[in-house]
Ligand binder design. Structure first.
Ligand SMILES: NC(=O)c1ccc[n+]([C@@H]2O[C@H](COP(=O)([O-])OP(=O)(O)OC[C@H]3O[C@@H](n4cnc5c(N)ncnc54)[C@H](O)[C@@H]3O)[C@@H](O)[C@H]2O)c1
Ligand SMILES: O=C(O)[C@H](O)COP(=O)(O)O
Length: 531
């Protein structure tokens, strides 16, 4: 008999199929502390949660029977995926069930914001009949900026069209073709900041999206913008937002999510006259809660019964025979994918092409391809991507994954070449190898041969091959306290196009990268971070 523990409030109707299953017993025990949960989790085969229960390393370690953690919802930021993967615990989520509900909540927030509904309600029930203080704005003919055009962002855009709004949309995976299909205008973050009347964010919280709207963005923002966040706290810098509202740059904000939940009583959003808030209610409808609970219960049953399942967000075991030959390349493959994604910044990727040469040309490399695709997608999609779901996510985003093989590998015994093709018909190429005795190396970047260890923080500079540039780069980084550990320069012809790759000891601020581009003959500077 399998034992399932439900540790957050999850729809009864949604989990009915688990309750009815003859080989399963379901127990509910909500509101447990980490210690309380750790004390009992050893008795269970499956754990069902929403976002309240933090499924930490400690819980995973105590879950000696645990096969699966089911998240009735999208975000898995409350689950330690690394710890689950290490222990072979499958983590699944229900990515589709609350899309419409969250989209509708976003709209409710946008309209409440436009018409001051919470503030007017509070005054009216307080006995004041105030018709002067709450002059609103129409949505019609206004420009809505959507950051993140995944499931929820796309639905929001669709509904905004019906309200007569013009949509500017940005998503690293949004191609011109898909934008046309969705009837939105493909834009940059900068276009949105400078031109939108309303802006709504629908991205996960990743190192790249954290504070993607902060002081520098507020400084150039269209005056009077209204901002909605029903995605994840932290995408918009909360303190910078309060300042921007108080300075009259932002007209108002509607937030369902906070950097830390629940927020402290003295959080500046609470009781601010121009900020309206809800307590992470985006997914809280009867329908969505039933949907996500049904989806997750179905998957939990499959996993407990060793049947095929689809929405795993962490890694399943790979067959041992394939593992022994491919495993040494998994980490290199993921890093090549991530490197390639980071040098393809702000361009929609429509194909990930992988070429396997030499030792890798005669085996089934699909598990390795998954690591590469994961590396590419995880840069934008965050912890939701894993080697189980990455192909599915690529397909959903109309990103084609193509593989070719070649018996010869330019003098290397093995060579992995990852090429990202963008919708602007550009290509970014990163090739790497496992060198006997030297480990992982990147040996080609676009058309330039290089030799770098793919790890830590790097700066990739594209410049014209002119005397003095290296010195200026070194001086500028030194001035900004960035220590250079190693440097590589590559060029095809003297005086022509060239690249420089610097390995540095720590992260580099965006301002420093921008300053680098002011050096004459230096065309671009991008930071690459590899773990
Ligand atoms: N408030 C709630 O209760 C609630 C409910 C459901 C989902 N969510 C959250 O909403 C967010 C979106 O959910 P979804 O189901 O649409 O996810 P999704 O994965 O379908 O879409 C997220 C999109 O963000 C894009 N993205 C990543 N980095 C970006 C960047 N730097 N700039 C612009 N776009 C970027 C991705 O390419 C992707 O298309 C998630 O954070 C999810 O956890 C919140
Ligand atoms: O990621 C999600 O699905 C939402 O944030 C909903 O979270 P909840 O299940 O705690 O409401």
């Amino acid at each position: 008999m399998f034992k399932v523990l439900v540790s957050d409030p999850i729809s009864d109707l949604g989990i009915q199929q688990l309750v009815d299953a003859p080989d399963v017993t379901v127990e509910k025990n909500t509101g447990l502390s980490e210690d309380e949960l750790a004390a009992i989790i050893g008795d269970y085969d499956a754990l069902l949660v929403r976002s309240q229960t933090r499924v930490t390393e400690k819980i995973m370690a105590a879950g000696t029977r645990l096969k699966v953690v089911g998240r009735a919802g999208v975000g898995v930021d409350n689950i330690d995926l690394e710890a689950a993967t290490q222990r072979g615990i499958i983590v699944i989520n229900a990515p589709d069930g609350n899309t419409i509900t969250t989209c509708e909540h976003t709209f409710a927030m946008m309209m409440a914001l436009a018409r001051h509904i919470p503030q007017a309600y509070a005054k009216t029930i307080g006995g004041t009949w105030d018709r002067k203080s709450f002059l609103g704005v129409e949505l019609r003919n206004k420009t809505l900026g959507v950051l993140g055009m995944g499931r929820i962002g796309s639905e929001v855009a669709k509904r905004a069209k019906a309200f007569g709004m013009n949509i500017l949309a940005f998503d690293p995976f949004l191609t011109q073709e898909r934008a046309e299909k969705l009837e939105v205008k493909l834009a940059t973050v900068d276009d949105i900041i400078r031109n939108a009347d309303f802006m709504t964010v629908h991205t996960p919280l990743t190192p790249e999206t954290r504070h993607m709207i902060s002081r520098p963005q507020f400084e150039v923002m269209k005056k009077g913008m209204r901002i909605i966040n029903c995605a994840r706290g932290g995408v918009i810098d909360e303190m910078a937002l309060v300042e921007a509202i108080d300075e009259g740059i932002v007209a108002g904000a509607a937030f369902d999510v906070f950097e830390s939940e629940p927020p402290q009583q003295d959080h500046p959003f609470l009781n601010h006259p121009k900020i309206i808030v809800t307590p992470h209610l985006g997914a809280s409808t009867i329908e969505a809660q039933e949907n996500v609970a049904i989806d997750v219960s179905e998957e939990v049953l499959h996993i407990l019964r060793d049947e095929p399942f689809k929405n795993a967000v962490n890694m399943p075991p790979v067959a041992p025979s394939i593992m022994s030959r491919l495993q040494p390349y998994f980490s290199l493959g993921e890093k090549l994918g991530s490197f390639a994604a980071q040098i393809t910044k702000n361009q929609a990727i429509h194909e990930i092409h992988v070429d396997y040469a030499g030792d890798l040309s005669d085996i089934d490399t699909l598990p390795l391809t998954r690591y590469i695709v994961k590396g590419v997608l995880a840069h934008h999609l965050g912890s939701e991507v894993n080697i189980v779901n990455c192909m599915h996510l690529a397909k959903n985003r109309e990103v084609n994954v193509a593989v070719s093989t070649a018996p010869k590998s330019k003098g290397f015994t093995n060579l992995l070449t990852v090429t990202l093709k963008t919708s602007e018909n550009e290509e970014r190429l990163v090739a790497g190898t496992l060198l006997n005795g030297y480990g992982e190396r990147i040996v080609q970047l676009n058309k330039f041969p290089v030799d770098i260890a793919p790890e830590g923080h790097q700066i990739l500079i594209s410049h014209n091959d002119k005397p003095g540039i290296i010195g200026q780069v070194g001086t500028l980084l030194g001035k900004n306290d960035v220590n250079i550990a190693s440097m590589q320069v590559g060029r095809k012809i003297i005086g022509g196009e060239a690249i420089m790759i610097l390995t540095v000891d720590k992260g580099v601020q965006k301002e420093v990268l921008n300053e680098l581009t002011t050096i004459p003959e230096l065309n671009s500077a991008v930071e690459i971070v590899l773990s």
